[in-house]
Design a protein around this ligand. Structure first.
Ligand code: WTA
Length: 656
């Protein structure tokens, strides 16, 4: 698409109407908004009927002790049974659950619902033999392979909450998560494939588990065949434990509020928060939103969510949502540019993908690579496109719709969080229109608003903070082991309402535009990163006295990590300067401690940091420096000269 066409489209069509053919057959009908508004809890009861309950609930919602919610109180169900067995029992065992596409690219597997049921039962039997019981936590640190889904569902089947740790996180990050939720079993693989080469996972697990004496078993999938260290008595090969296990396993029902999983996410302090999701409400939220927002049809669609299972998007929209709805999905192990930059579009064409869900950062990357690449493939099967993880800039939205969706597939820009468990704000395909850059309105059953500092709703045309005004089934129940922090983080800023941490505005039509985080959380390639967590990591380096981190605007990744550090006296005395070696050392230090995704794009050595009189770092000013803007108001600084000092130091060092 030429720049001129893009700009014409951007100006001509600020609003895209839903295509008629979609409207006629859409899963969710237009009266849903009204029905949900009139009888919100009745609406959520209807949605709960998408699942098979071993025992029906007595009460839809218990909100007597806010912010501690209970949904579908008294109900009982088994998550894995709902994702797998019931589809087989209904005669759909032959339907494909996953077209798995591996890297290297000749490595593929087709897994039917019947296959998946067998695998999940075998893994559940194996885990039970290894002593895993309901309530035990199991950590999962895996590449994007079918065994990851099987492991999660096997845990869920046994009522053992899983905590999946993204494979890109470091050994230290894994240690913290295992310890925080006291996991006793870790499921991992020897490694995975990334960009055409095997990468290792087991060494990180060995390093992590060395600091977690309570971990008694490490179950290891052989994926790459690379050599691994082996701890007799602790390490067990997946194929030894699982392959010979029985394919029969009786799924025991669990209470609706039984913990399903803990997912760690970055918060405003250094320590990641363990977001707790429970069974009934979370599954209802995933099933309903996947069905309604992606309009997914089990007998027609091939759905592909290109996130990693290690993030919440993968949990809700690769694993639970699509499987609950009995839909066929693509599961892709690799990256977009291996072995070539058209890989995604080849996968879409090969599998006739009809629904694609990905992040704006990927779309911007494809846009940069040019239209010629997707044009080489037949993408006509695509009928619906989704976006998640960060605000999508209008250029990327319009390009996605045109170059990938052929100008006909609507884009659903879906706003939600690890904490919300399910999509909360999004247009509905076939029902509502979309505006490039806006997530539009809360979906039926969800209530949101934009409020000012005092908590008053802002009028249309104004901005403020995004809040959720009513509890919803897939909401987090608490932070693992820390009810107080749960209350404090989400429910104290605007009492009675959930504070999302995002800035937002309502346009003249009342539609919602997300404006990014208002706290110390950055969004890098759609991944949440905590400024304080990276600062703590930098300060733990022996040469660093102080550090401040900001997210600076980046054309591709949305934001990029930029760090400002003050060196220790001792380092300076030793003649340490802002050398390339030192910068590389500090960047690697962060990658080692947190993971490569947290590695700063830029580290700047400065003599001082801008602080208020009470000692708070004014990141806003550093952000101005990082984004090469004129520095804003400095009057609240304890020392108003500091910014001059920083900038002259930087221009000197860059001139040198
Ligand atoms: C941001 C990912 C704008 C937002 C599902 C939120 C978005 C954070 C959107 C949650 C969107 C997510 N438009 N911003 N459509 N979706 N965000 O927990 O800042 O990894 O608070 O969950 O991503 O990130 P998380």
């Amino acid at each position: 698409m030429s720049d001129q066409t893009l700009s014409n489209l951007l100006h001509e069509e600020r609003r895209f109407e839903p295509p008629d053919d979609l409207a006629a057959e859409a899963n969710l009908k237009a009266d849903a908004y009204e029905r949900a508004a009139q009888d919100r809890l009745g609406f959520w009861e209807e949605q709960a009927d998408r699942l098979d309950w071993a025992k029906r609930w007595d009460t839809v919602l218990d909100w007597d002790n806010p912010p501690f919610a209970k949904w579908y109180v008294g109900g009982q169900l088994n998550a894995a049974y709902n994702c797998v067995d019931r589809h087989v029992e209904a005669g759909h065992g032959d339907r494909v659950a996953f077209h798995w596409v591996g890297e290297p690219d000749d490595d593929t597997r087709t897994i039917s619902y019947a296959d998946l049921k067998d695998e999940v039962c075998k893994a559940a039997n194996a885990l039970a033999d290894l002593g895993v019981q309901a309530g035990d936590r199991v950590a999962i640190y895996m590449p994007m392979i079918p065994e990851t889904v099987v492991a999660m569902l096997a845990c869920a089947r046994l009522g053992a909450p899983h905590t999946v740790v993204f494979g890109g996180f470091s050994a230290d990050a894994l240690t913290g998560r295992i310890q925080d939720c006291d996991a006793r079993v870790v499921i991992t693989a020897d490694g995975g494939y990334r960009k055409g080469a095997p990468s290792a996972l087991k060494p990180n697990v060995d390093e992590a588990v060395a600091k977690c004496p309570d971990v008694r078993t490490v179950l290891v999938v052989r994926r790459t065949g690379q050599d691994v260290e082996w701890e007799q008595g602790r390490d067990v090969w997946w194929h030894d434990a699982v392959d010979s296990a029985s394919t029969t396993h009786d799924p025991q029902p669990f209470d609706s509020e039984h913990p399903l999983y803990v997912m760690y996410t970055s918060g405003t302090t250094g320590k990641p928060k363990g977001i707790l999701h429970t069974t009934g409400g979370y599954l209802v939220g995933c099933a309903y939103t996947h069905w309604g927002i992606f309009d997914a049809k089990p007998d027609k669609d091939v759905y592909w969510c290109a996130a990693d299972i290690g993030w919440v998007t993968g949990h809700s929209y690769i694993v639970y949502g699509p499987l609950l709805n009995g839909v066929t999905s693509v599961l892709y192990e690799g990256t977009p540019d291996t072995p070539f930059k058209g890989r995604w579009w080849q996968v879409v064409a090969d599998h006739k993908v009809s629904i694609l869900y990905c992040a704006p950062t990927a779309i911007r990357t494809f846009m940069k690579w040019g239209d010629e690449i997707p044009q080489r493939f037949d993408l006509s099967s695509l009928r619906l496109l989704g976006s998640v993880g960060e605000p999508i800039n209008p250029e990327a939205y319009v390009w996605y719709r045109q170059a990938i969706g052929g100008g006909k597939a609507p884009v659903v820009d879906t706003w939600w969080q690890t904490e919300t468990g399910m999509i909360m704000i999004s247009p509905l395909p076939g029902l509502t229109s979309g505006k490039p850059g806006s997530a539009m309105t809360p979906i039926p059953g969800v209530s949101a608003d934009v409020v000012d500092d005092q908590g008053e709703p802002v009028p249309d045309g104004s901005g403020g903070y995004l809040v959720l005004t009513e509890p919803w089934p897939a909401m987090l129940r608490t932070l693992w082991g820390d009810d107080e922090r749960y209350q404090e983080t989400y429910w104290s800023r605007f009492p009675g309402r959930y504070f999302a941490g995002d800035g937002a505005k309502k346009d003249e039509d009342g539609d919602i535009w997300l404006l990014g985080r208002v706290d110390d959380v950055m969004n890098v390639s759609g991944h949440r990163m905590s400024t304080t967590e990276i600062e703590s990591s930098l300060v733990s380096h022996p040469k660093v006295a102080e550090a401040a981190v900001v997210g600076a605007a980046d054309e591709t990744t949305g934001q990029a990590v930029c760090a400002f550090v003050i060196l220790r006296e001792s380092a300076l005395e030793d003649g340490e300067t802002a050398s390339d070696e030192l910068i590389a050392e500090l960047r690697d230090h962060v990658a080692k401690q947190i993971g490569a995704i947290a590695k700063p794009r830029q580290v700047m050595v400065v003599p001082e940091l801008p602080k208020t009189r009470s000692g708070k770092i004014m990141r806003r000013l550093l952000q101005d420096v990082a984004e090469h803007r004129e520095v804003g108001d400095v009057t609240t600084l304890a020392d108003t000269q500091v910014m001059d000092l920083i900038q002259s130091g930087l221009s000197k060092s860059s001139a040198e």
